[in-house]
Design a protein around this ligand. Structure first.
Ligand code: DX5
Ligand code: ZN
Length: 215
């Protein structure tokens, strides 16, 4: 079954806790929380105190996407706030292996993300260390952008690589995901669909998530 992870960036931030409950009740498998520091990407979003305050609204995993320049400095705070999976960017400044190790020491799952312009070869050395790979299908920093189709080949590569080396990482896609692009990603080998604007505009979120589960 394909997993669906709504990106809360597109939700009503004034009622974030209730929005988290709503997506969980609609059948979401996890909650995608976008953390931006104004340095790695131009926008600034939320940090550990906000994550901590919404943690009590659901039991489903919090999948925290760290679009921050120096993730290693904040791993402990995010873990304490209730993150279950922490995804860092390979383009960030922290040492990737040290950061992944710290995430694992804290008993959390680690993910590695790559930007659209970053070749997939750049993360191959980390693939046996992570539980998730996040393929960005838009430039990070903003919701509501159009899907960049050239990233489909990365998904296919990651799927083949996992099969060849017996690795079990999830392949997640993030940016411009709707019914059409989501289906294309699943066909290429994606196992987790992150979606913000499209899912939050859906008239029947439960039905939408049900459909996506069987793409
Ligand atoms: C973009 C974020 C995404 C974003 C996706 O930097 O990482 O998670 O919220 O939003 P949509 O689905 O609207 O492209
Ligand atoms: Zn994201």
């Amino acid at each position: 079954m394909v997993k669906v992870s709504p990106s809360m960036l597109a939700s009503d931030f004034s009622r974030l806790g209730e929005e988290v409950s709503r997506v969980a009740e609609a059948g979401a498998d996890c909650v995608h929380l976008d953390v931006m520091d104004g340095v790695f990407v131009p926008s600034i979003t939320i940090g550990p105190p906000v994550i901590d305050s919404i943690r009590r609204f659901t039991d489903i995993p919090f999948d925290v996407h760290l679009m921050i320049e120096n993730p290693i400095q904040y791993i402990d705070d995010f873990a304490k706030a209730g993150a279950d999976c922490l995804t860092i960017h390979c383009e960030a400044k922290s040492d990737v292996t040290d950061t992944i190790d710290r995430i694992h020491v804290l008993g959390k799952k680690a993910g590695i993300a790559l930007n659209p312009e970053t070749p997939v070869q750049r993360i191959v050395q980390y693939l046996n260390e992570v539980e998730l790979v996040l393929v960005m299908t838009v430039h990070p920093g903003f919701g509501g952008q159009s899907f960049l189709g050239e990233n489909l080949t990365k998904i296919a590569y990651l799927r083949e690589y996992a099969e060849e080396y017996g690795l079990k990482y999830e392949i997640s896609v993030d940016g411009g995901i709707n019914r059409e692009t989501g289906r294309m990603c699943v066909k290429a080998g994606a196992t987790v669909l992150v979606s913000g604007n499209y899912l939050f505009k859906a008239s029947d979120l439960t039905r939408e998530i049900e459909d996506w589960h069987v793409f």
